[in-house]
Design a protein around this ligand. Structure first.
Ligand code: MG
Ligand code: ZN
Length: 222
């Protein structure tokens, strides 16, 4: 019982920070995405390629969440964007208070798009609101085609879902039924945009960029 109360309080404090982050970003009319996936799905690779491919079209700022290291922030900086690294010291999700601090270090007025790359974890990051406009879920074909069936609530909350590493489809090492995944997504989420991409080869990325450009132009639409 006691534990339940503590958890409730943590969530409500988080919601207060999330609301203030949301207000700050809405006041500046900036789109903010919260990117969620298991470890190794290719979140950072997708972001780095997006930043490099949209150079000159879109200025991106990234908040990187990891349990340890600043490896991902370094990759984002190398791709040409501002990046702030948050180390959670063991916590398996980012909190809105951490985002509030990180936002103070980013030149928000000069950016078109803010992206939060959450800690690799398909479960609890989707419960902690950060003040984002919407959640993006990444699923790679290497993880297997049962993830949406197993973690439906995470997929239910996504505005867009990227199925990554599609360059591996059709090889004998991968069993991934993309039709099944689309069907499982539609059972819990009728509206999410679904993109089939390979951040490695660039396949399918143009459709993702179109969606991004449209959403950056009207953050309230997502
Ligand atoms: Mg990463
Ligand atoms: Zn967590």
């Amino acid at each position: 019982m006691y534990k339940f109360k503590v958890e409730e309080r943590i969530l409500s404090t988080n919601e207060e920070y999330a609301a203030s982050n949301r207000e700050l970003l809405a006041g500046k009319n900036k789109l903010c995405l919260n990117v969620i996936s298991s470890p190794g799905s290719g979140k950072t690779t997708i972001l780095a390629r997006t930043i490099a491919d949209l150079k000159g079209r879109m200025k991106v700022g990234v908040i990187e969440g990891d349990i340890q290291t600043d490896i991902d922030a370094q990759r984002i900086k190398a791709a040409g964007a501002k990046a702030i690294q948050i180390n959670t010291d063991g916590a398996c999700h980012l909190s809105a208070a951490q985002i509030s601090k990180a936002l103070k270090k980013l030149p928000i007025d000069k950016l078109d798009l803010l992206v939060i790359e959450n800690v690799g974890n398909l479960i609890c990051p989707s419960v902690f609101e950060l003040g984002e406009n919407c959640k993006i879920v990444v699923l790679s074909v290497a993880e297997g085609d049962d993830k949406c069936a197993k973690y439906p609530s995470t997929f239910a909350r996504a505005a867009a879902i990227l199925i990554n590493k599609i360059d591996l489809l059709g090889t004998k090492h991968i069993d991934f039924n993309i039709k099944r995944v689309r069907k499982d997504i539609r059972k819990v989420n009728e509206d999410a945009q679904i993109f089939e991409v390979s951040a490695k080869t660039g396949q399918g990325m143009a459709e993702w960029y179109d969606w991004l450009a449209k959403s950056v132009g009207d953050p309230t639409s997502v």
